[in-house]
Design a protein around this ligand. Structure first.
Ligand code: NDP
Length: 392
């Protein structure tokens, strides 16, 4: 019986993970965590007979206790409870909290010396070297769940990294791929939240439209696979059927194809190192007919340029980049910032912190990373306030 914990169970990745394990034999669920969606968390905990359900928010504790009364399922609440839940024994832990909030629980789960299925890309962007070192220290395995990184991982099975020339990550181009550039300034939240191919959480969907998601993925690929930035390419592939390609020194390109359905990457990580049947659609290539590709336009997607700057800077730049991006996104979601202004806020935050000489410091502990996360959030908020002041 494998013991499973899911952090971020109520989100898009979490729900897909629950669907894959709920009807499967051989899984015992130790921990499920959620945020404010307490009703769903309680229903999930009852469905998979979890031992412990945790909401990240102290003020949601009573509601969760009421919802699970009589079930025999333990209840906990708050940030500290989330961390302690990561200490519970689990053979396989899904890290699917959105944002930098997912870093500490995933980091702590590695001490179990088991498998961490990593959907939370922010962990590698903010603290890649620390996370990989922690995994090595505990002899734990990190498996990528981001579809592009799962694709690369699968293309690399049995290969020698020394023979890898490049990794090509595909991007759908998001909701505004075909919009005239001048129209982007008027993009609404609803328009940015509608992904052409993938059904995902709202934040990552908006990040796909701006390609901040892809910029996080470039950094994630660098950290996870240990390749240099100039070996990582991005190509727009509107059909989202090829998730990534690996180019080898003999000119071969190995592509990973599949339907745009996260249950494939989650299921691969769940069954690794084996493959088992998964309830995902099978591609009918003749029906698809054409797969197309185009180079991304950096004027439309400034986030891609910023990701290159972040990798060149190294140190704590990834933590600052992600935090500033999260703040800009928060403001866009509540209507305080336009879609196109987000990249400017992130760039100005990086410039200010770079000018202060704090970005190149090595991320030598989780505390250093979290301190930079807080500083970058404060800085980005100040920059947004100044920007809003100028707009009148
Ligand atoms: P969702 O927004 O759908 O879900 C996020 C989860 O995190 C929910 O369970 C939410 O709880 C919880 N949560 C939110 N804020 C906090 C917090 N401060 N502390 C603790 N828990 C919190 O996100 P996704 O499932 O879309 O994405 C999860 C992660 O996976 C992200 O890092 C994303 O980049 C990555 N990813 C997602 C993909 C996808 O297809 N969705 C694809 C590849 C990667 P609640 O809803 O109850 O408030």
């Amino acid at each position: 019986m494998r013991r499973i914990s899911i952090f971020g169970a109520t989100g898009s990745i979490g729900q897909n993970t629950i669907d894959l394990i709920a009807d499967g034999d051989g899984f015992a669920v130790e921990v499920l965590t959620g945020g404010r969606n307490v009703a769903l968390l309680a229903a999930q905990a009852r469905r998979v007979r979890a031992r412990l359900a945790v909401t990240a928010h102290e003020e949601c504790r009573a509601e969760l206790q009421d919802a699970l009364a009589g079930s025999g399922i333990e209840v906990a609440a708050g940030t500290q409870a989330l961390l302690e839940a990561a200490d519970r024994p689990a053979d396989w832990t899904m890290s699917a909290i959105v944002g930098a909030a997912g870093l500490a629980p995933g980091f702590r789960a590695l001490a179990q010396g088991r498998t961490l299925a990593l959907a939370n890309k922010e962990s590698l962007v903010t603290a890649g070297p620390l996370l990989m070192a922690e995994a090595a220290r505990h002899n734990a395995t990190i498996l990528p769940v981001d579809s592009e990184h799962s694709a690369v991982f699968q293309a690399l099975v049995g290969e020698d990294m020394a023979a890898v020339e490049r990794v090509i990550i595909t991007a759908s181009g998001g909701a505004f791929r075909d919009w005239p550039l001048e129209k982007l300034a008027s993009a609404t939240l609803a328009q940015a939240s509608a992904h052409p191919n993938w059904a995902m959480g709202q934040r990552i969907t908006i990040d796909s439209a701006s390609m901040f998601n892809k910029s996080l993925e470039i950094i994630e690929a660098r950290e996870y696979f240990g390749i240099s930035p100039n070996q990582i390419e991005v190509v727009i592939h509107p059909q989202s059927m090829i998730h990534a390609l690996v180019g080898f020194c003999d000119g071969a390109l190995m592509a990973h194809l599949g339907p745009p359905d996260m249950r494939h990457a989650i299921g691969y990580a769940l069954n690794w190192p084996d493959r088992r049947a998964l309830p995902v659609a099978r591609l009918d290539l003749a029906a698809i007919g054409t797969l197309s590709f185009q180079a991304p336009d950096l004027a439309r997607y400034p986030a891609l340029r910023l990701a290159r700057d972040v990798m060149a800077t190294g140190g704590l730049a990834g933590a600052a980049f992600n935090a500033a991006k999260e703040i800009a996104l928060d403001h866009f979601i509540v209507g305080g910032l336009s879609f196109v202004a987000m990249a400017g806020i992130v760039e100005d935050t990086l410039c200010q912190l770079s000018g202060a000489g704090v970005l190149t410091k090595l991320p030598d502990s989780l505390d250093t990373v979290l301190a930079m996360d807080h500083l970058a959030r404060r800085t980005a908020n100040d920059i947004v306030a100044a920007w809003q002041g100028k707009q009148g």
